[in-house]
Structures are given as structure tokens and as C-alpha cells.
Ligand binder design. Sequence first.
Ligand SMILES: Cc1ncc(COP(=O)(O)O)c(C=O)c1O
Length: 440
Amino acid sequence: MPTIEMLTELPGPRSREIIARKERVVCDPLDLHVNSVIDHGLGAAVTDVDGNTMIDFSSGLGCLLVGHSHPKVVEAVRRQAAKFSHTDFSLVPYEVYVELAERLVRAVGGDRKVALFNSGAEAVENAVKFAKAATGRPGVVCFEGAFHGRTLLTMSLTSRHTPYKRGFGPFASEVHRVPFSYPYRSADPERSGELALEDLRHAFAAMIDPRSVAALIFEPEQGEGGYIVPGPEFLPGVQELCRQHGIVTIADEIQSGCGRTGRFLASEHFGLDPDIVILAKALGSGYPLSAVVGRTKIMDSPGPSAIGGTYVGNPVACAAAIAVMDVIEEEGLIERAEIVGKAIRSRWEDLAGDVPQIGDIRGLGSMIGVEMVSDRSTKEPDGDYVGRLMAETQRRGLITVSCGVYHNVLRHLPPLVITDQQLDEALDVLADAALAARGS
Ligand SMILES: Cc1ncc(COP(=O)(O)O)c(C=O)c1O
């Protein structure tokens, strides 16, 4: 039995009515990417208010690694919500916070401590605060193509100006941006990692005093920037350089962490041991939760009450996260990421002969991106093709998302609980849509 069942064009009449109401009362910048209003979801499937059932390759932008409404997560949330839903942990503590912290320390490894927050951006802000407190330095180094959030500091750390930064300056000071290794667009793809490392060395000699830098923040595989996997020598070299200069390394694993890449942390693919790791998204399965997991010495640096927040480490979200970690282990989802990723990659490789727009297929585990170009020799980005492709997938009942500075990368974020049959069905839709979008 196929999962996808489309009863109406999108949006159906009930979705259309709700979207019209939304337009009257919700601000315009919160524009919609899918023309359909969800009623319920289960695993990799979502059903909208008109009864259309679709496969979700967006996972709420990477949050639903264990799928929509996983029964274990639902049960954990229900149980915790019935007991108590809030105290403010530093006022009246609770065990689920401590238990989750223990689990995260074990998962990341080493002599570490944890602080929990709500959003990814809030965790990034706090990771930088820990690094500043530990080093007594003001600066932060970040990369071209990076995405770290939308608050003042994290927007300043984010690379792309439009739509994220335009009109919102002035930005935080002491933020320094340097090139990231981007093999596909490097003048010398084989040496991309080496060349970007040389850029960082040069920046430390010519522009940025490394003694003024508290932290360097990186995504092991860039997310919003275009699912970019740096050359293999790049991040180990960056880590070494930071150690030489006493700079705290912060791995932003908000999108890449919790098993999405076939390891618990994407950093593991490069043999890294970051001083601070940030997790969010998949960890809470949609309940607002983020974690800073850092070396004990760094995490204990700020003074009493210098870190916190009313809602941080909400007990219902903590209970959900413990259930998520159980499900990842019990259902072998880290291993599943490799299998899902291989299936996605090989389908795109099969299509490459018929779809000239396919420029680069890349990614770790299931975090696969396909960069589209209008000409393979000039590598001219083709964001319009990705727009058409996404419209075609949506029409056929598959929810997809894009990324990339030029909006020309299709990213794949399926729930890893997706069944083999659903995965095949989704990839068939993707293939049909890729062919249909070619010549329109
Ligand atoms: C790598 C990365 N860092 C930070 C963020 C910001 O997280 P949030 O939207 O929860 O603030 C995101 C969100 O997409 C992300 O992908």
C-alpha cells in the first residue's frame, strides 16, 4: 500500500481557508513553503486537513529524526506533562534534566558538563558566553556559508545577508568571517581543505589577532549554507590551529547531530574532539530544547547565575529528548542513516544522465544535498530549477526543502524511521519530479 494519497490539489479547500485566515493575522515574513495545513503526522507521513497524506522529507527542518509523533516520545511527554511541566530548573531542580545531561555526556564522551536551552540560537549564544568566560577574550571566528541563528549574535555569525540580515544591522562586533572549504566550488577541489586552512592561517597573521579570539564556531557539514562537506584535512587543521592559539572550538551540530550523518556527531567523521558541542533540533523531536555540551573547565567558568533562563531545559522537552535517545539506540537509527543516505545518493546518481542540472551530489550519512546548476562546466547555480522541482514534488505528495547561498541545493531530511517502502516511494516521486522540472 502506498503511503501517499492525494485527494485534492494543494491547497485543498480547508487548507485554503486556514491559510487565508493566517494571512490576515500572522505577519507576512512568516511566509509558507508548503501549501497545505497539517492535521496529523505519524513516522514519515503527514496528513493535512483535507485528508491528503504526504511523505515528509523536511522533518520539521531536521527535528523529526525519529518521525512524527513517535509513540515512545508521545508517551514520555504525556507522562511528564501530567506530573509537572515547569519550575525553572535553577529554582526547583528535577531529575529528567539531570538524566538527560548524563545521557548527553555519555554520548559525546570525555570530561564534560551540560547546559540546556530552548532554541538552537540560544544555545549558540550561550556557547559563546562559556568560551568568553573561559578565555577572557572577546572575539569569535565563523565561516562563509555558516548559519547559526537569527538573534543578534547568531545573525551576526550567520553568513547569508538575504533574507537573514538585510536591514537588521548593526551587527555584533568582534565577529570575524573566513572562507570555508567548499570542494565543488574550489579552484582546486582536491586541495580545497588545504587552501581554506591556508586562508585561516593567513587571516590569523594579517587580520585577526588570535589572542583576541575566544571561540571558533563551525558546522562539520554546513546545513543552510548548502550541505557542504569540507575537504578531509580542513577541520582537523582548524582544530589544531585553535589549540595552538588557545581558541575554544565550538561544533554547531544543531542540524548534523544526533545521528543524522551516520555517527552520533558529524564531527566524528573528521576525528574531531570539539571543546563545545551544540545539539538541538532532533534532540527534542520538535519540543524546544537545545544543549551545550562542553569541557568541564569551560562550562564551569561563568560565575554563579551567569547562565540560565526561565524556560531552559523544560521538563517535558527533557522527557521527550530522553525518549528520542532511547529510540535512536533501540531502532538503530544511526546505522539507518547510512542506508537511507546511500539510497538517496544512488537514486540521484542514476538520474544524473537524464537531468543535466545535477551538478554535485554530496553529504555524510543521510544528510545529502544535491547542488543544481544550469551548466555543469560553468557551475552557474540554478535556483529556479530547485524551485520548480520542489513544486513538482509537493504536487505529487512529497515535502522537500532547499538550502544554499544560491537556493540551488535540494537537501534531504527524511525521518530516519522511514520504512524501505516509503523511501522507495519518495525516491520514485523525486525522480519523476526531477524529470518533469527539467524543461518547464
Ligand atoms: C546549524 C544550525 N545552527 C543554528 C540554527 C538555529 O537554530 P534555531 O532555529 O533553533 O534557533 C540552525 C537552524 O536551522 C542550524 O541549522
